[in-house]
Design a binder for this molecule. Structure first.
Ligand SMILES: *Cc1c(COP(=O)(O)O)cnc(C)c1O
Length: 449
């Protein structure tokens, strides 16, 4: 097999060098240049040379989103212990399909899954599948909802599909995440079936409007953490009204479910335990590497009925194991990084991470409104919407910030106007990173009025 010490040590050294210097890099190169495109070589090459080439080829195209001043989308970074655990995940190359494929991979997911349920306020009896992200988790949750409500209506959707099935109403708030629509497409519902429920000023679903719309069992997609404002739906009231009508409540909590892990923000997701399924990300606010998300379901039997499959050669499948809870068969062992991050942080460390990001988001909001910018949202969590003079000036400012390289923010349209969208979700971000970024925004704003 050979000795790979030199190769692996070189990779680890390069990883450490990158992470030690990432805060000094322009956050995103203004003119990304990569060196990958070349004709396929005829002859094999030594691995060490290829590793060097890989690092050089990627260098000019890397986004320093693992660094402390990337505030775009809701990315999150990667805790060093989780990165190290991911290196071991790659080295072990375990298939997390079943315990027969890897006892360690499945046991790590079970242990991390139990901790996650505890932290996120999800019942301990719920099932959890380790998926690629909230897109995957929402798809699993909605597949479970589809199975359950159609079974109650006397229809076997796994066997007979949706042609000729009883029509299931599907409702979601107008400020739902766009991935919900894709999940509905993939599940064969189509997006046209969606009944959109109005949202309040900060983007949370209007529960009274939801109650007025419901008139029987429906799939309802709720949200913890709106991508623009961070707003969370009133999960308690919404779940109560959905269940009174015999429906299924799915919570898209890609990042917002982490509010439950911090005593100071837990009230935002009060009633979270009442839902039927939940989607959450690990690679965002928990700061573990891509890709990692969690699909929880209050009814493990429904979860499995919706996504499990079996074949005669697949020993162990069909027993409520890893493969029965996700959309993939063979897949990466995602439990190792989640376990390592949670073990390092502990309950207090997770709470502190969430609280710190919220505090830094408020610091952004306070400093920028003091400097004369409009902050459009009620900063309840880690998301801030900031506006310059008008739409055009806001877009010019965002572009100038992205070119400048001190920090990186994206833009968004919220209630008809353009905003700079700031997400504080990286474990390495400090007050001085916020101050440096606010300084850059103020400096660049002068040139973009
Ligand atoms: C990011 C996000 C998603 C999609 O998650 P992925 O990790 O990109 O699959 C879904 N919903 C919300 C609210 C999100 O923030």
């Amino acid at each position: 097999m050979g000795d790979h010490t030199e190769l692996f040590e070189r990779a680890a050294r390069e990883a450490a060098r990158y992470r030690a210097t990432v805060a000094q890099r322009p956050v995103r190169p203004a003119e990304p240049k990569t060196g990958f495109a070349m004709p396929l070589n005829e002859k094999s090459l030594p691995p060490g040379r290829v590793l060097d080439e890989l690092i050089e080829a990627a260098e000019g195209g890397l986004t320093a989103s693992v660094g402390p001043r990337f505030f775009g989308f809701v990315f999150g970074g990667s805790l060093p212990v989780a990165t190290a655990a991911d290196m071991m995940t790659a080295a072990w190359d375990q298939n997390a399909f079943t315990a027969i494929a890897s006892a360690a991979a499945v046991a790590a997911e079970e242990a991390a899954g139990a901790w996650l349920k505890d932290l996120l306020g999800i019942p301990a009896t719920a099932s959890v599948g380790f998926v690629t992200g909230a897109q995957g988790a929402n798809t699993v949750g909605l597949a479970a909802a589809r199975h359950h409500l159609l079974a109650e209506a006397g229809w076997d959707v796994e066997r007979d599909g949706l042609y000729g099935a009883p029509r299931l109403p599907i409702l979601a708030g107008e400020e739902r995440h766009a991935t919900i629509d894709r999940s509905l497409r993939l599940l064969g519902f189509g997006t046209g079936i969606l009944e959109t429920v109005p949202a309040g000023p900060n983007g949370a679903i209007d529960v009274d409007a939801l109650a007025r719309t419901l008139n029987g069992p429906a799939i309802v997609v709720l949200q913890a953490g709106n991508v623009n404002t961070g707003a969370c739906d009133d999960l308690r009231q919404a779940c109560e009204v959905i269940h009174a009508h015999g429906g299924w409540a799915h919570v898209d909590g890609a990042f917002g479910l982490w509010a439950a892990a911090n005593p100071a923000t837990r009230h935002l997701v009060d009633g979270v335990e009442l839902a039927d399924s939940w989607g959450c990300d690990g690679h965002k606010w928990l700061n573990i590497p891509y890709d990692n998300g969690f699909a929880f379901c209050a009814k493990p039997g429904v979860h499995m009925a919706a996504v499990a499959y079996t074949a005669s050669y697949l020993l162990g499948a069909g027993l409520g194991e890893a493969a029965d809870l996700t959309l993939e068969s063979s897949r990466r062992a995602r439990g190792f990084t989640a376990w390592a991050a949670l073990r390092q942080l502990g309950r207090e460390g997770v709470a502190e991470l969430v609280e710190r990001c919220c505090r830094l988001a408020r610091r952004f909001a306070d400093e920028l409104s003091r400097a004369g910018f409009e902050v459009a949202n009620d900063v309840v969590l880690n998301q801030v919407l900031v506006r310059h003079e008008d739409d055009a000036a806001t877009d010019r400012l965002i572009e100038a910030i992205q070119r400048d390289g001190t920090c990186w923010m994206g833009g968004t349209t919220w209630r008809g106007h353009r905003y700079m969208r700031i997400s504080v979700s990286n474990a390495d971000t400090t007050e001085s990173d916020v101050d440096m970024s606010v300084g850059a925004i103020k400096r660049l704003a002068l040139g973009s009025v």
